[in-house]
Ligand binder design. Sequence first.
Ligand SMILES: *[C@@H]1O[C@H](CO)[C@@H](O)[C@H](O)[C@H]1NC(C)=O
Ligand SMILES: *[C@@H]1O[C@H](CO)[C@@H](O)[C@H](O)[C@H]1NC(C)=O
Ligand SMILES: *[C@@H]1O[C@H](CO)[C@@H](O)[C@H](O)[C@H]1NC(C)=O
Ligand SMILES: *[C@@H]1O[C@H](CO)[C@@H](O)[C@H](O)[C@H]1NC(C)=O
Ligand SMILES: *[C@@H]1O[C@H](CO)[C@@H](O)[C@H](O)[C@H]1NC(C)=O
Ligand SMILES: *[C@@H]1O[C@H](CO)[C@@H](O)[C@H](O)[C@H]1NC(C)=O
Ligand SMILES: *[C@@H]1O[C@H](CO)[C@@H](O)[C@H](O)[C@H]1NC(C)=O
Length: 384
Amino acid sequence: MLFLLFSVICLAGVALATPVATKRDVDLSTLSFISINSSLPKIALYSTGGTIISALSYGPLDNINYGGAPGPTPAQFVNNNSEVLNLAQIGVLSFPAPGGSAGINSSLFLNVSQYANKQLCAEGSDLVGAVVFHGTNTMIETAIGLDLTVNCSKPVIFAAAMRPDTYISPDGRSNFYQAVAAAVSPLSRDRGAMIAMNDRLTSVYYSTKTNANTPDTFKALEQGFLGNFLGGQPHYYFGASQPTGKHWFDTSNITDLPPVTILYGHQGVDAKLLYNAVENGAKGLVLIGPGPGALAPAVNAAAANLTAQGIPIVDAMRPVSGVSVPPPVPGAIIYSGYFDAEHARVQLQLAIGSGYSYDRIREVFEADLRSAIYSGHNKVVYGL
Ligand SMILES: *[C@@H]1O[C@H](CO)[C@@H](O)[C@H](O)[C@H]1NC(C)=O
Ligand SMILES: *[C@@H]1O[C@H](CO)[C@@H](O)[C@H](O)[C@H]1NC(C)=O
Ligand SMILES: *[C@@H]1O[C@H](CO)[C@@H](O)[C@H](O)[C@H]1NC(C)=O
Ligand SMILES: *[C@@H]1O[C@H](CO)[C@@H](O)[C@H](O)[C@H]1NC(C)=O
Ligand SMILES: *[C@@H]1O[C@H](CO)[C@@H](O)[C@H](O)[C@H]1NC(C)=O
Ligand SMILES: *[C@@H]1O[C@H](CO)[C@@H](O)[C@H](O)[C@H]1NC(C)=O
Ligand SMILES: *[C@@H]1O[C@H](CO)[C@@H](O)[C@H](O)[C@H]1NC(C)=O
């Protein structure tokens, strides 16, 4: 009895002495760990579904109309590919993503990001990295959302597939093994979020889906691959570095992201659609301008009207790569730089959702290119 009383007092003493200094409390309670060796590093597997864990509908060559039969759960998929359990202890957490990757909206990355910040990035967390499963169709949007909001140098690696798990030769299993190998590698730190697919590592910040059907789809056409996989292990071509001019957003107090609409510029474009989008609730617009962001006169007029009302408008290039370059003197329209429309929309949502002023939003998109281009002798050349 005395002993019990003593223990209770001791415990109370310990509780009182607990430091309150941790930035974010680690909470791994929602992760279900699968492990065969408790000495291995721990990673989180955040699954939002996708082709990687889907099954075919019509036969072993069906990479078109699959998804009819239920695929493995993320935990079953891990156990089916148990070779990865020699690399890591894997804590699985699934996120609701109704409607497949085409039905997902930004609430999903906000949710995953908030978990990643509590689990991966919290002070004292013993997770070394995270792997994320996602359908490829809108993966870049969720991936850039995480890249811009998870900021603790630990790797976040997207693993996905173009062929269902029951295909004659599925790509997802190898992509998964390689993503886990990358997530546990110290060489993967401080590079931003990456995609592990088709034996390559690609920067989320710069890449896009370049092919609707084939496994060699995620590419940064201008910046190239960051590395490849040999014998399942990552080999990086260069040392670690983050994309130039990358801006991070703190989402710890954000519960909702504002709707931002993308409008596609083409010959005969209907400029009234800009007004329609705003009437329908868009709090910002991303325009895809032909070439490096050229806008039709009627689109320019509508944009001028809307920016005067405080609606931020970001102009992105229409070609598959290149740069939407800001003009010498900052104007109302903001230029997206290297971001294509799918990346720019998410960054604009985060900037508006963070309460940034119009000038600060322009800075986030343009500051890095402005200082690169309009400096030195170019101040004279451009009359600045
Ligand atoms: C468990 O992992 C540790 C660390 O990698 C390794 O040294 C050990 O051989 C592993 N044990 C087994 C039984 O594989
Ligand atoms: C994956 O696991 C599930 C559940 O254990 C099983 O039904 C399925 O056949 C497995 N698939 C493969 C390819 O091993
Ligand atoms: C966020 O994800 C968790 C874990 O899957 C889930 O329980 C929760 O409902 C999600 N929240 C929203 C708003 O979707
Ligand atoms: C986003 O998707 C979630 C879950 O599917 C849904 O609850 C939410 O209402 C959607 N948000 C918007 C703005 O459509
Ligand atoms: C991101 O991390 C860097 C380096 O630790 C830090 O200086 C910066 O404040 C962080 N940004 C956000 C938005 O958390
Ligand atoms: C989030 O809210 C807390 C509490 O109000 C505040 O201390 C903190 O600075 C806020 N963080 C951001 C990024 O706004
Ligand atoms: C500017 O926008 C407002 C509100 O969307 C609209 O009522 C007005 O007609 C527009 N002006 C021009 C010149 O298009």
